[in-house]
Design a protein around this ligand. Structure first.
Ligand SMILES: [Zn+2]
Length: 277
């Protein structure tokens, strides 16, 4: 399948391709009415507005560095995943969004291997049965996704950080695809690049994820960026990836819509049944 990811409601309704991912909640804290029939994307703990208003809710390292947009390596603020009020509010939001269509979770997990060492996380880890901190963090995130699944009527997709090296997702974010697969319907991996001057890394990462998810009952969606990329390049890139993914979605601004329509038309025409399985 092919589709788009957009924050533009009109474009989201335009039925470009087979599936539309729509930004219902963005990492800057913007909330939009979910789009009926779309896969509505909800930023989980990435929430710059909350971290700006209440900095003490940000995830924090042992040396006191908070996950804010100005912290090196962070592009948005991230709330601590064990914040109970935030967790409850997020589940309520997912229930409302999940009543309208499928749901995609983004910014799922801890914002890096050194997070979170807030007093609450230290207390919860000490009180847990886990001796290994990564195992505890992974249990925190897996439990949340299991609760989210209960709230969402349609399919639930989990976005993964684009690092398929074995064990790295768990260490970075507390994400374990094998543990999540029973409670989600699929995974989304963003492999976005400016212009795709080179594409070997996109194919390598897609191949790595296909291997990592092999044998799991979950589909793989690869997200590409269409911004400023010409149709020939996107068609070529898509063909490189088709063997590894069930679905490809193109991040699309209204100005790129014509190019993306052309790309989807060309790659769909070239499809054989074996490539659409
Ligand atoms: Zn914490």
């Amino acid at each position: 399948m092919y589709g788009i990811l957009t924050a533009d409601r009109d474009l989201g309704r335009a039925e470009v391709g087979d599936v539309t991912h729509f930004f219902a909640d963005s990492v800057d804290g913007t909330r939009r009415e979910p789009l009926s029939g779309a896969v509505n994307s909800v930023a989980c703990w990435g929430d710059t507005a909350t971290v700006r208003d209440e900095p003490e809710r940000a995830a924090v390292t042992a040396d006191g560095t908070r996950a804010t947009p100005v912290t090196e390596g962070h592009h948005w603020g991230t709330v601590c995943p064990t914040d109970p009020d935030y967790r409850d509010g997020l589940l309520e939001r997912l229930e409302r969004v999940g009543a309208v269509g499928d749901v995609r979770l983004t910014t799922l997990g801890f914002p890096g291997s050194s997070f979170c060492h807030c007093k609450r996380c230290e207390r919860q880890f000490d009180a847990s049965d886990h001796e290994d901190r990564d195992a505890w963090r992974t249990a925190v995130i897996t439990d949340f996704v299991a609760d989210a699944t209960e709230r969402v009527e349609g399919d639930l997709l989990a976005t993964l950080y684009p690092d398929p090296y074995p064990g790295n997702l768990r260490e970075r974010a507390g994400l374990d695809p094998a543990a999540l697969a029973p409670v989600v319907d699929g995974f989304v991996v963003p492999l976005c690049g400016v212009g795709y001057g080179t594409t070997y890394w996109v194919e390598s990462l897609a191949r790595g994820f296909a291997r990592e998810l092999e044998g799991l009952e979950a589909d793989l969606t690869i997200q590409l960026s269409a911004d400023g990329v010409d149709a020939d390049r996107l068609v070529g890139l898509t063909r490189q990836l088709e063997a590894h993914a069930d679905t490809i979605v193109y991040g699309t601004y209204p100005d790129d819509a014509a190019v993306v329509r052309e790309v989807i038309r060309r790659v769909s025409e070239a499809d054989t049944p074996a490539q659409t399985v």
